[in-house]
Design a protein around this ligand. Structure first.
Ligand code: AMP
Length: 187
């Protein structure tokens, strides 16, 4: 089972995707985390990615795709995975579908978390990550609107999109997610 969590920064993708991966006993892949790790380790990719991340911009598709597809092909992901923060652009989504298809895997389940904008800012202010400053967040939301939101249509047309109300406590949101996934995977 391969699940994608979609949603703007602060929607709860990180928290929910870790819990979901744990519940389903599949691996959790966060491109944000992988990129932050590469930045900390000052790898060539990390140094390049940092320039985009510090400005709240998306890292170029080819760099992120290389990271993710390499991990997806590892044995730990054989049973499935929960993807957090990938895909974030239409080309990434198309290449992911192509990869899944080439590998003979089932189509994705895509969960889109929606949270009112004021609540997003509140949550991000509490989180306090390096790229959570107000100006950078504004840019990240802009990038989301422009580049990631088209994925909603793309996945809707494929019949794999599920909308999740991301308002409420983490437990409440998680219960909604589990119910949706169980319904989708019922024999
Ligand atoms: P996140 O932790 O998912 O919010 O990601 C943090 C930052 O990493 C984003 O603001 C982007 O700069 C970069 N990033 C993470 N995932 C992707 C992706 N799929 N495509 C491009 N950039 C990404």
């Amino acid at each position: 089972m391969r699940i994608v969590l979609l949603g703007p920064p602060g929607a709860g993708k990180g928290t929910q995707s870790v819990r979901l991966a744990h519940r389903l006993q599949v691996c959790h892949l966060s491109t944000g985390e992988m990129l932050r790790q590469a930045c900390d380790e000052k790898t060539a990719l990390g140094l390049q990615a940092a320039q985009f991340m510090q400005q709240g911009q998306l890292v170029p598709d080819a760099m992120v795709e290389a990271l993710v597809l390499e991990r997806l092909a590892e044995p730990e992901c054989n049973k499935g995975c929960v993807l957090d923060g990938f895909p974030r652009t239409l080309p990434q989504a198309i290449n992911l579908d192509k990869w899944l298809n080439d590998q003979g895997h089932n189509p994705l389940i895509v969960l889109e978390l929606s949270v009112p904008k004021e609540e997003l800012f509140e949550r991000l202010a509490k989180r306090g990550r390096e790229d959570d400053g107000r100006e950078i967040v504004a840019e990240r939301l802009e990038q989301y609107k422009e580049k990631t939101r088209p994925l909603t249509d793309y996945y809707e047309k494929k019949g794999v999109l599920e909308l999740v109300d991301g308002h409420g406590t983490p437990d409440e949101v998680f219960d909604r997610i589990v119910r949706i996934v169980e319904n989708r995977t019922k024999p």
